[in-house]
Design a protein around this ligand. Sequence first.
Ligand SMILES: NC(=O)c1ccc[n+]([C@@H]2O[C@H](COP(=O)([O-])OP(=O)(O)OC[C@H]3O[C@@H](n4cnc5c(N)ncnc54)[C@H](OP(=O)(O)O)[C@@H]3O)[C@@H](O)[C@H]2O)c1
Length: 249
Amino acid sequence: MSKTILITGASSGIGASLARVHARAGVTLLLWGRDPARLEETAAACRALGAQAETDAFDIRDIGTLTARLSAADAATPLDLVIFNAGLGGSVPGDALAEAPENSWAMAEVNFVAPVVGAALIAGAMARRGHGQIVLVGSIAEAFPLPQAPTYAATKAGLAMYAEALDLRMKKHGVAVTLVSPGFIDTPMSQQVTEPKPFMITADAAARIIARGIARRKRRIVVPWQFAAIRGVANLLPRALLRLILSRA
Ligand SMILES: NC(=O)c1ccc[n+]([C@@H]2O[C@H](COP(=O)([O-])OP(=O)(O)OC[C@H]3O[C@@H](n4cnc5c(N)ncnc54)[C@H](OP(=O)(O)O)[C@@H]3O)[C@@H](O)[C@H]2O)c1
């Protein structure tokens, strides 16, 4: 059966691996990102695996362009699966008092505004058809008020809340909503993190786990699994203790 899949942030890391994992005959992949050369590398790898692959390079912070391209793509071939994966990391440098406002702005737009607006648009179209699946790639940071990354944690917490609310709204229309919450995955984003990165796995390993969860239309995928346990333990702690641990970490 043919399937059309759109992936944002497909030029790097988890998005590129997700593209390759989904690539096979009968699958058309729409690969979005900013860097045309790296997008084309992903597309070539997907074509070698038997898929059709098209690329589109633009800045997802341009919401007008995002909604126009999404509407046009869905009108050309109804999308079966849309993975909003593009994301921007960022933590406060050790010697800084606070985050740079322009970094907070960019993270808010890439990590929250763009996927939420995009998901709202495609959810309506999928609901009218009575089927489809939307995947939002968040972060395990959604569960922790990280003093070294306040905006990043907040954008991912907002996205997690949105995913759950959208799922409740969409399930009666046959549209699945999946939230992916990665811990540490070895990608250019995590390579900028200088602190220890426990339980880190490769982007290809993460993509295989995520793809299995997507195929089962799971509501929540935590990868690697150890972070589900860490979040569970953190949820049991009194908030004051969690705040103390995070402020000293
Ligand atoms: N790696 C981890 O440990 C980790 C942990 C938790 C959550 N995550 C989440 O996983 C997702 C993928 O991250 P990753 O680790 O694979 O990072 P990555 O290797 O840095 O890839 C990020 C992707 O997002 C795209 N992107 C960023 N800003 C964009 C913009 N303004 N317009 C369009 N595309 C944009 C990038 O495109 P270009 O490269 O073409 O600019 C790239 O394809 C993100 O949502 C991230 O928050 C990652």
